[in-house]
Design a protein around this ligand. Structure first.
Ligand SMILES: Cc1ncc(COP(=O)(O)O)c(C=O)c1O
Length: 421
């Protein structure tokens, strides 16, 4: 007898719904649609040749090691590389603070696995990264949110949200996905003061921090937290171990290639140990082969020039997109001007529904992601996210013109409707 699968799924699967929007976005993979929907890097910048040559060297020199099972914590030379890389940003960590993950997405899942009980409250920005909501809904988390503005999370509203008793906070300080905004230094300090006062953990998700095209690099929250700790107990910094309130996440997805599925966590050693236990049950370890090849590419300083090139290309694409938006978007539409990263964020007049606009946009051969998916409470109906890293400059110009036509028609229509009421 065929089983009834429907009755066998775990209760937690109810939190993982597939939306109509997702179905619509599947259409955007058609080749004649210009899609600003995905969070995809520019494929022509992937270091394919470097990886081909490095794969060859790894297989010749360390073939059997690369093919063998390995430790859960990650390939030691790569962990050490990350320790040194983190030190360039003043993040003082020892190898024991670093865990290699299968992308940052796995780090989010690991955090959910080790920290979240059903019904636990998580504090996030509003809007926030959809993938974190997906990961943590699987552990039956609930969300309390604080809105963002041009300077990131509005920290003056933080204490009120803390009354909900969140287990931890989740923040994207640099070129936030989806908002494109960056948390100001004052607000970074305010956040750390709060985490310190309440002893509440903070997850700092930073996939885009290196992709700044203008302005000064701002200190990561993990650095401000360590400084605060060390100012009170200098012994806290002994041997370079990090032991504060922050779990810092980053990834090679945006600086090398997302297909590698290579990210990392920097956290207090006790947290790393718990994550290691949880990761063993997930995938034993991140691919040793991929870690070794990536290390072979990275070890002689490849990343510096490569990231420089990515920044140039993305900056140019951001400018082209902003310029086209200024030209083609109708009055009443607002958007952010990111200083780095991959995304910008558009806000339509209240009466307009971005989901309905998407339907018309897809018919006009252009696509974006409506904002509601990024709001834990399902609000944000008049917002959407645009990605500027993936499409070629000419495509950006054409796509934004198409979108401008759709938005102009939509706003005219809404105006007529309002006049007729
Ligand atoms: C904020 C944020 N966190 C995590 C991820 C997941 O990245 P990875 O490819 O390393 O899993 C992304 C991917 O877009 C992201 O935007």
């Amino acid at each position: 007898m065929a089983t009834s699968w429907k009755h066998r799924y775990a209760k937690r699967m109810r939190g993982m719904s597939s939306s109509a929007i997702r179905e619509l976005l599947k259409l955007t993979q058609q080749s004649d649609i210009i899609s600003f929907a995905g969070g995809l890097p520019a494929p022509e910048l992937f270091p394919v040749e470097e990886f081909r040559a490095a794969t060859d060297r790894v297989l010749v020199k360390h073939g059997s090691e690369a093919m063998q099972y390995s430790t859960t914590e990650g390939y030691e030379p790569l962990r050490e590389f990350i320790v040194l890389k983190m030190a360039q940003y003043n993040i003082q960590a020892a190898q024991e603070n670093v865990l290699i993950t299968s992308g940052s997405q796995q780090a989010l899942d690991l955090i959910g696995k080790i920290l979240i009980n059903p019904g636990d409250m998580i504090l996030t920005e509003r809007p926030t990264y959809l993938g974190a909501l997906q990961a943590w809904r699987a552990y039956e988390a609930e969300f309390v949110t604080v809105p963002i503005d041009g300077d990131g999370m509005q920290t003056e509203q933080l204490e009120e949200a803390l009354c909900a008793g969140p287990k931890f906070m989740y923040i994207l300080p640099n070129f936030q996905n989806p908002g494109g905004v960056t948390l100001s230094l004052e607000r970074r300090q305010a956040l750390i003061n709060v985490t310190d006062r309440y002893g509440i953990p903070l997850i700092e998700d930073d996939p885009y921090g290196e992709l700044r095209f203008e302005g000064e690099h701002l200190p990561p929250l993990v650095v401000l937290d360590a400084e605060k700790l060390n100012s009170r107990t200098p012994a806290g910094s002994a041997h370079g171990f990090y032991r504060g309130n922050v779990i810092y996440l980053s990834t090679f997805s945006k600086t090398l290639a997302p297909g590698l599925r290579l990210g990392w966590i920097v956290a207090p050693t006790e947290v790393v140990r718990e994550c290691v236990k949880a990761k063993q049950g997930m995938d034993l370890h991140t691919s040793s082969f991929v870690q070794m090849v990536a290390y072979e590419v990275l070890k002689d300083g490849f990343l510096k020039d490569h990231v420089h090139r990515i920044r140039q290309v993305y900056r140019e694409r951001r400018d082209i997109m902003l310029d086209a938006m200024a030209r083609h978007f109708p009055p009443g539409v607002r958007w952010t001007r990111p200083h780095g990263g991959l995304f910008l964020w558009v806000t339509l007049p209240e009466i307009v529904d971005a989901g309905a606009v998407l339907e018309r946009a897809v018919a006009n051969k252009v696509a974006f992601v409506p904002g509601t998916a990024f709001y834990p409470d399902g609000s944000g109906h008049n917002t959407f996210r645009l990605n500027f890293s993936n499409a070629q400059p000419e495509q950006i110009k054409i796509g934004i013109k198409r979108l401008g036509e759709v938005l102009t028609a939509e706003l005219e229509y809404e105006k007529e409707l309002a006049n007729n009421v």
